[in-house]
Design a binder for this molecule. Structure first.
Ligand code: PLP
Length: 390
């Protein structure tokens, strides 16, 4: 029996080396990585520029307590403020912690505004993380049912349904609405621009906060710095993590000016959050995304990828839908097929991620080439042929 707690169903392959979109096992087999560590290694494995930043920073120091200042958290928050049009950032270590921060801010906002029995509206099928607060906001019982009574602050509504949202705003004292503008774990469900615009309007009208969780869909992946920018709106709170430091642990919670004025020393904190090493790397990540115009390129690559998939698979039996935005793409099958990712890994040497046994979720590195995209499509077609009797 393994000395690791069995929380993950791991595939028994020992990966030893990565480079860009590729990764090698200890037997020297090369694999195409279409997952980027579930949307984390956006700038590829073993990125030389990132490694240089890490090496330079460890020559100075790795950690400094949050009781003192350093240049990298300031540079990083300035950059995030610039690209998000929000006002200030708090740094933590993961997506779930960023969402905990957002939930605490919503509760604080309710307290300051004397909202009685305040509720936070969240979405069915949402995924916000595994800590008790973030789990309570998660709209999937699979992750919650074993853990007894969770927070009762949340009201669940249908995703992308403005009438359901408005009805709940009427029925409850709502202090915030929190959602992923593109649901990731649920299988790349994309909210419409119209919905996002209406949502912004309603949150102003009902004087509640609008919180976007862009932990998975943020930071250029969808062809926008942040997906909600497609609707030309600004939330009150924005949470980020995953690809922000290309694999070093970081989360961020960004807030509007009004909220920034509300937040005071001692209300929240984190020992490791915002340390110089991770902030320096995250700052470099943002510089590279901007310098190499990945936001625009991801939009174009995504269109190429989705067109390619649609032309190859749309009329194929067994495929329900192909959808995506930039390099966040889903191929949904009609029925559940077990062990898809294991079979793709072993037989085709491709890493993919599958949710609900029937939605293939692709989150490749921003360095993915047209050659890799074509190679992936050919291999997926072979897989379908052999396993789904096309
Ligand atoms: C949208 C979203 N929010 C929050 C999280 C939780 O992030 P973490 O695993 O870094 O805690 C995830 C993780 O998959 C996510 O996709």
């Amino acid at each position: 029996m393994s000395s690791l707690i069995n929380f993950y169903q791991k595939i028994d392959i020992n990966f030893t080396q990565g480079d860009g979109c590729y990764i090698w096992d200890d037997a020297g087999n090369k694999y195409l990585d279409m997952t980027s560590g579930v949307g984390v290694n956006n700038l590829g494995h073993k990125n030389d520029e990132i490694n240089r930043e890490i090496n330079q920073q460890i020559e100075h120091y790795i950690h400094l307590s949050n009781l003192f200042t350093h240049q990298w958290s300031k540079k990083l928050s300035d950059k995030l403020v610039e690209i998000s049009n929000l006002n200030a950032a708090f740094f933590c270590n993961s997506g779930t912690e960023a969402n905990e921060t957002a939930i605490k801010i919503a509760k604080l906002y309710a307290h300051e505004n004397k909202i009685k029995d305040p509720k936070i509206i969240v979405m069915k099928h949402a995924f916000h993380g595994r800590t008790i607060g973030a789990l309570s906001a998660t709209g999937n019982n699979k992750y919650k049912q074993q853990f007894g009574k969770l927070l009762d602050d949340f009201i669940f509504v249908d995703f992308n349904d403005i009438d359901d949202l408005q009805a709940k705003l009427e029925q409850h004292h709502v202090c915030a609405v929190m959602l992923e503008p593109i649901q990731g774990e649920a299988g790349v469900n994309i909210s419409s621009t119209l919905y996002l615009k209406q949502l912004r309007k309603l949150c102003h009208q009902y004087q509640c906060l609008l919180i976007f969780d862009e932990v998975q869909c943020g930071l250029g992946r969808t062809g926008y710095w942040f997906y909600h920018q497609k609707a030309e709106i600004i939330p009150d709170v924005l949470t980020l993590a995953k690809g922000l430091a290309n694999g070093l642990p970081i989360g961020a919670c960004l807030v509007s000016e009004e909220l920034n004025n509300l937040l005071k020393p001692g209300m929240h904190g984190s020992t490791f959050g915002g340390n110089p090493l991770v902030c320096r790397v995250a700052y470099k990540v943002l510089e590279i995304i901007e310098r190499d115009q990945f936001v625009q390129k991801n939009r174009e690559k995504g269109e190429y990828f989705i067109n390619k998939l649609q032309s190859k698979f749309t009329s194929v039996r067994g495929i329900k839908s192909i959808r995506g935005m930039g390099l966040m793409i889903a191929i949904e099958l009609d029925e559940e097929v077990f062990n898809i990712s294991e079979k793709m890994l072993i037989n085709h040497k491709i890493l993919i991620n599958v949710t609900q046994n029937k939605i293939i979720r692709l989150l490749p590195s921003f360095f993915i080439s047209e050659y890799d995209i074509n190679y992936f499509c050919e291999n997926l077609y072979c897989f379908m042929k052999n396993n789904l009797n096309l």
